[in-house]
Design a protein around this ligand. Structure first.
Ligand code: SAM
Ligand code: SF4
Length: 331
């Protein structure tokens, strides 16, 4: 079957699948506290998600990341990991997950058995009180147990931390050292204007250029050409030997090598995190038992993949550039 190449010659080899919009946390930059979630009947079943994933693998996708909401709170989720994991070595090169870590003590071994070798764990702070303030509903100790379980299961761990002005900006030295001790890589992310939240995001925005120059006082940072197929630029930290990634959607050309698309749990395909254009894959998926209509819809969608995002915060109205939350599109 013909591979997926967008109008700018970028080959689509990576899909992120948001398996649920629900979450057991309410991170301040991601959700409001009283979020309304989708009715369960609107979700693709686990079997349907697996069918879409298999179609993308057939079309040349080599890497799949499961995300959400919190992927590990969806009921029966291991069935999907096992199903998609069975394609590893047969088109699929890597199956990964981005998680808040709350359920990892339960699932780390099963993830490894399904073929997962790397997990991204979102952790913005090592201070339990701050953790509570950021996640609202999270339990720090539970996440630490999850991290240890992931390590013990043999999963390589990367920590993702959102840089939040006035919240965790004094902690990055500590986090770099802590990640070094545990053998974890660390990626820092700038906040993105996605979805209404309770507060004002322009207050939280901290450019990573500032973080980088502060870190350079204590750490030897060397740019390295390492790429995971994602938008992060990496450095090696001389003192720890670990990698440090920076994702700077607001300040950097995040888009030029974008090779990914995002599927929501309702079967909507977003060709860009920062644009509203989308394609409905649920209708063609349900229209036929054969994958013909689904494959046609995927090709048509990729022919509309835009060149880049358009993240701008409308300061007068204080509205996010893109109305849907990161928990819908899946980070
Ligand atoms: N619940 C899982 C987690 O937290 O890892 C997976 C989904 S979460 C939406 C994926 C990532 O998006 C997390 O690392 C989170 O910190 C990040 N995120 C959420 N909202 C964001 C925003 N507005 N700007 C930047 N990153 C955001
Ligand atoms: Fe949940 Fe992840 Fe959003 Fe936090 S960032 S509320 S853990 S989906």
């Amino acid at each position: 079957m013909s591979r997926l190449v967008d109008p700018f010659g970028r080959e689509i080899s990576y899909i992120r699948i948001s398996v649920t919009d629900r979450c057991d946390f309410r991170c301040v930059y991601c959700m409001s506290e009283d979020m309304t979630f989708l009715p369960k009947k609107d979700l693709l079943t686990l079997e349907e998600l697996e069918r879409v994933a298999a179609a993308f693998i057939e079309l040349g996708v080599e890497k799949i990341r499961m995300t959400g909401g919190e992927p590990l709170v969806r009921k029966g989720i291991m069935q999907l990991f096992n199903g998609i994991g069975s394609h590893i070595g047969n088109g699929l090169k890597e199956l990964t997950v981005t998680t808040n870590g709350s359920q990892l003590s339960r699932f780390a071994d099963e993830l490894y058995a399904a073929g997962v070798r790397r997990v991204n764990i979102s952790l913005d702070t090592l201070d339990a009180a701050k953790f509570k303030a950021i996640t609202r509903w999270g339990h720090f100790e539970k996440v630490m147990d999850g991290l240890n379980a992931a390590k013990a299961a043999g999963l390589a761990v990367k920590i993702n931390a959102v840089a939040l002005k006035g919240v965790n900006e004094d902690e990055f030295d500590t986090m770099v050292a802590w990640c070094g001790e545990h053998g974890f890589d660390l990626t820092l992310i700038e906040t993105m204007p996605l979805g209404d939240i309770d507060g004002d995001r322009t207050d939280q925005y901290l450019p990573l250029s500032v973080v980088r120059s502060r870190l350079k006082k204590n750490w030897t940072l060397t740019d390295i050409p390492y790429r995971t197929g994602g938008p992060a630029r990496y450095m090696e930290i001389g003192e720890t030997g670990q990698k440090l990634g920076f994702i700077t959607p607001m300040t950097h050309n995040f888009c030029e090598s974008c090779n990914r698309v995002r599927l929501t749990c309702t079967g909507t395909l977003y060709m860009c995190l920062g644009q509203n254009d989308s394609a409905d894959l649920k209708t063609p998926l349900r229209a036929s038992e054969s994958d013909g209509p689904l494959v046609d819809a995927i090709h048509e969608a990729i022919s509309r993949k835009p060149k880049g995002h358009d993240f701008v915060i409308d300061r007068r109205q204080n509205k996010p550039a893109v109305g849907r939350h990161m928990s819908v599109t899946g980070g």
